[in-house]
Design a protein around this ligand. Sequence first.
Ligand SMILES: C[S@@+](CC[C@H](N)C(=O)[O-])C[C@H]1O[C@@H](n2cnc3c(N)ncnc32)[C@H](O)[C@@H]1O
Length: 213
Amino acid sequence: MTEAERIRRLYDDRAATYDRSLGMADRFLLGPFREAFGAALQGETIEVGVGSGLNIPFYAPDVTRVVGVDLSGEMLRLARERASCLRLPYAFVQADAESLPFPDASFDTVAISLALCTIPNPRRALLELGRICRADGRVVMLEHVRSTSRPLAALQHLLSPLNERAIGCHLDRDTFALVRSLGFSFDETQSRLFGSVRFAVANPPVGEHATLA
Ligand SMILES: C[S@@+](CC[C@H](N)C(=O)[O-])C[C@H]1O[C@@H](n2cnc3c(N)ncnc32)[C@H](O)[C@@H]1O
């Protein structure tokens, strides 16, 4: 079984309890970030790793069309139900973030939340996000990452293997260092909990970075 297949099965099995499993953390810790995430979306938008669609209620009125992508058909089923309140065209596609079935420069906004921690090869996924984003578009990211506090980062490192086995989620990825190294530049960043939860609005890579394999 490939790692993507393992993740897909994990999230198909977890879908029914996913929202509840986030508990109070989603409301109090992530809630304000989900609001900022939704407010940053505009124009033709794609949300990659859309999951059960917890960001959907926060989508800004500036969004003109939205596509949600996920590996898990069960998570997509929940997102589709949530999207029924949207007054804009939407579609859901079961696909791998590492190989997205969209032409270059297809979207004004490419968004991702709490998925770069789980996607097996985040570098490949980020290159795909940059590829499908228009040059004057934006990439909106909300992720939990390795903390800037050494003791917390050490704890994340210790617990990460257990979490990876259980739900495919890495606790200690330095995702934003990777994002920067691939040529994305940031317009706005915010963080909480000693830098372990971060929100960013970025510009896609340009020039040689945009074509890195
Ligand atoms: C922790 S959930 C986050 C869901 C949602 N974005 C949120 O903020 O609640 C991670 C999601 O990423 C999806 N995922 C993981 N790897 C993926 C991949 N390679 N391609 C597409 N989706 C993926 C999982 O199926 C799951 O729905």
